[in-house]
Write a protein that binds this ligand. Structure first.
Ligand code: BGC
Length: 738
């Protein structure tokens, strides 16, 4: 009798099984049964692993960098200027892993001679501000298709770190401060990327929420509070996106490096969530062989960034010494192979082909239009109508392009950098402006109105131009980048420029191109403010369409704008412990963003969820009821204005008895498009975890029995309807759902 094992590795037997699938029974399938797509990814990974030498297994576990770095030159096979490369095993039909950043498009490394073009999406915060998961999916599908056509099969796209501080240099890559919004939007993007039969990577796991001391700081956070905040965002993104990979972060967490944290990598990701992909380290975030491998790290990325090629020779030695078991080595390789099979990398190898930048840019433009937030619009200053005959466009290099954020996520759009040579030109530079000049787009839509430009370096000259115009549009920029945190103040005396222009023209509109929130000392003096974030390759066109009312501003803030840093949980981003080691203490626990402002009774500059439209909306008829065990809120949304528009109706939940980290949590939302006078009735199902409190000691999530309030509104501070519903006690496991 053949054993089960011999049956599994016998090509002939498997071929018999495969013949009923799609592959038929070719000689190749006979000799390489793991290529049979009708088998499960786990079976396929097991089959091929059984054929691998130890050296071949180890070769899967560490990646090179795609550009020259110091004395190190990339190996043959690498895609030049890319983030990473892991050799394949050609004799077994296993392709290399070609890795590229990131969530905003197919990026190119800054020190590469070979600048690869890609379509630049608006920033992650802009995408989150659309509150439109379907659009995030399409954007992900677009960049994933470009990755595939550029020869990449692993995208490092899926940044879901929470905005705990508005100054973090990478906020622009992430999806805001709320775990539900961030998790849903990033999960949708990951699904979109992976619809191209490639892997996407949710990152940076976990708590890399600031750049100050990111490679050394120890983040201290209550484990239960973490589950209801940062880890909930990851959990939602992972269960909705099902990424092939997760990237562990640079920082330490409660003493251990994130890439050596057994608690994060094994207890949370594997034991509790049951996730089956592989964990790769951030570039330069691996610090050991045995400790990291045993904690749950499966692949060392960008090894020239680490002190040693830990997952090459040092790992071999650790296995020989018995510090890492052969079974763990197999598990590491298995997880990588499993994801490669599961996501289609092996059945559908990537092939380079031409890109259709014009078609792809349409997705970027829609995201920029829907993600731009109209923060203020006094007296209907916007949109510009036919009465506006002279328009002053001022500052922000609006004659050249739109700003992007810096370092690993930088996309080189066709046309290159519209403003080359700005400091810093080296790390964390270059400063990138995408060639989509708002000035050109405004002229194209001005319908014969006179449009003049002042670069803003001379505020008096800009004010003179504004004084002689019917409206002034001031572009203000704040560059932010990975590895450095930013201030909340606009740099280069732009506040003074805006104040001078506003004093000269009452119809002054400020367009902000920023990574995240900024302070606005001139807010009372200007008529309108549009937050355009980093709006991507069609940013200029999108901004102009919004200014002229060709599209309705439907972005809503995914992040609270504070009045000043004293309102933040940690006004000082740099802290040290008794030994002088950098530390970040999340004493606020899960009370992040609007929850912090609500719990402390602080008045923000603009609240989470805020954003105006050119029309108006009203809500009515709220019913909060249980469908099965789930809470569902239903209500009507009506367009009460005279223009078509898009609304984001938000549902907030809270227990009447209190006891949560904050007065309310976002429970869900619906984005609707309505003609004037049109009404639609919508239903929002609330994820039960948002009604629960996590307590590891009690086995997971628990909804306390009692009366809960359900509120519907246009922002976290503009609640229009309320209802109550009684909930029974309910316990939910820590595992992934969906
Ligand atoms: C970033 C990652 C990125 C990697 C590869 C690191 O500096 O933190 O997000 O994926 O570089 O470029």
């Amino acid at each position: 009798m053949p054993s089960r094992r011999s049956l599994l590795v016998s090509g002939a037997s498997l071929c018999g099984l495969a013949a009923v699938g799609t592959l038929g029974c070719t000689p190749q399938r006979r000799s390489r049964p793991w290529l049979d797509a009708s088998l499960s990814p786990d079976t396929r990974a097991r089959l091929v692993l059984a054929q691998m030498t130890r050296e071949e297994k180890i070769s899967l576990l560490s990646g090179f960098f795609g550009s020259k770095r110091e004395k190190y030159a990339p190996p043959p096979g690498v895609r030049k200027g890319s983030a990473g490369y892991v050799p394949g095993v050609p004799r077994l039909g296993i392709p290399p892993q070609w890795q590229t950043d990131a969530g905003l498009g197919v990026a190119a490394q800054r020190d590469a001679k070979h600048k690869r073009n890609g379509t630049a999406l608006p920033s992650g915060l802009a995408m989150a501000a659309t509150w439109d998961p379907e659009l995030a999916y399409r954007a992900g599908a677009m960049i994933g298709a470009e990755a595939r056509a550029s020869g990449f099969n692993v995208m490092l796209a899926g940044g879901v770190n929470l905005v705990r501080d508005p100054r973090s240099g990478r906020n622009f890559e992430y999806a805001g401060e709320d775990p539900l919004l961030a998790g849903v939007m990033v999960g949708a993007q990951v699904r979109g990327v992976q619809s191209n039969r490639i892997i996407s990577t949710v990152k940076h796991f976990a708590f890399n929420d600031q750049e100050t001391d990111r490679e050394s700081a120890d983040v201290q956070v209550d484990p239960d509070q973490a589950r209801m905040s940062d880890l909930l965002a990851f959990q939602l993104a992972i269960e909705q996106g099902d990424p092939g990979a997760v990237m562990c972060a640079y920082n330490r967490v409660d003493g251990d490096y994130a890439c050596e944290s057994r608690r994060l990598l094994s207890d949370v990701l594997r034991r509790d969530w049951g996730w089956k992909g592989y964990v790769m380290s951030d570039w330069g975030a691996t610090h050991s062989a045995a400790k990291a491998a045993n904690a749950g790290l499966d692949q060392q990325s960008g090894r020239p960034f680490d002190a040693k090629p830990y997952f090459a020779r040092p790992l071999r030695v650790a296995v020989a010494r018995g510090e890492v078991s052969p079974a763990r080595l197999d598990e590491m390789a298995h997880r990588i192979l499993r994801s490669m099979f599961a996501k289609g990398l092996i059945d559908d190898p990537v092939r380079r082909s031409p890109l259709d930048f014009a078609a792809d840019a349409a997705v970027a433009q829609q995201a920029a239009e829907e993600g731009t937030v109209l923060l203020k619009n006094a007296g209907g200053a916007l949109p510009f109508g036919p009465g506006i005959r002279r328009i002053a466009v001022i500052g922000g290099r609006a004659d050249k392009g739109v700003l992007a954020g810096g370092v690993s996520s930088v996309v080189y759009a066709p046309g290159g950098n519209a403003v080359p040579g700005l400091a810093p030109t080296e790390w964390p530079g270059p400063v990138m402006y995408h060639p989509s000049p708002p000035l050109t787009a405004i002229k194209a839509r001005a319908d014969g109105a006179e449009v003049a430009f002042a670069d803003g370096r001379d505020p008096a000259a800009a004010a003179r131009l504004a004084a002689g115009s019917d409206a002034a549009v001031v572009f203000a920029t704040l560059w932010s980048a990975e590895s450095v945190d930013s201030a909340l103040e606009l740099p280069d005396r732009q506040d003074a420029l805006i104040a001078a222009v506003a004093a000269a023209n009452p119809r002054t509109v400020v367009v902000l191109e920023t990574g995240g929130p900024v302070l606005m000392p001139w807010l009372d003096q200007v008529a309108a403010v549009l937050e355009a974030w980093y709006p991507g390759i069609r940013g200029g066109e999108a901004i102009a369409d919004l200014l002229f009312g060709r599209s309705d501003p439907s972005g809503r803030l995914p992040v609270t704008f504070p009045r000043d840093v004293s309102q933040l949980p940690r006004p000082n981003l740099r802290e040290t412990d008794a030994r002088g080691q950098p530390v970040v203490r999340y004493t606020e626990g899960a009370t992040v963003g609007y929850k912090w402002f609500d719990a402390r009774g602080l008045e923000p500059l603009f609240p989470f969820g805020h954003g105006l439209s050119y029309t108006t909306f009203a809500y009515d008829g709220l019913a909060a009821e249980l469908q099965g065990q789930d809470l569902v809120a239903s209500f009507g949304v009506r367009n009460t204005g005279r223009r078509a528009g898009l609304d984001v109706a938000q549902v907030y939940v809270s227990p009447q008895a209190g006891g949560w980290e904050a007065p309310r949590r976002l429970g869900g939302w619906k984005k609707v498009s309505l003609q004037p006078g049109e009404t639609v009735r919508v239903s929002v199902r609330v994820d039960p975890r948002l009604l629960a409190v996590f307590k590891a000691a009690e086995g997971g999530w628990r909804i306390a029995p009692g009366v809960y309030k359900v509120e519907v509104g246009a922002s976290s501070r503009d609640l229009k309807l309320a209802a109550t519903v009684e909930l029974a006690e309910r316990r939910l496991p820590a595992a992934l759902t969906g």
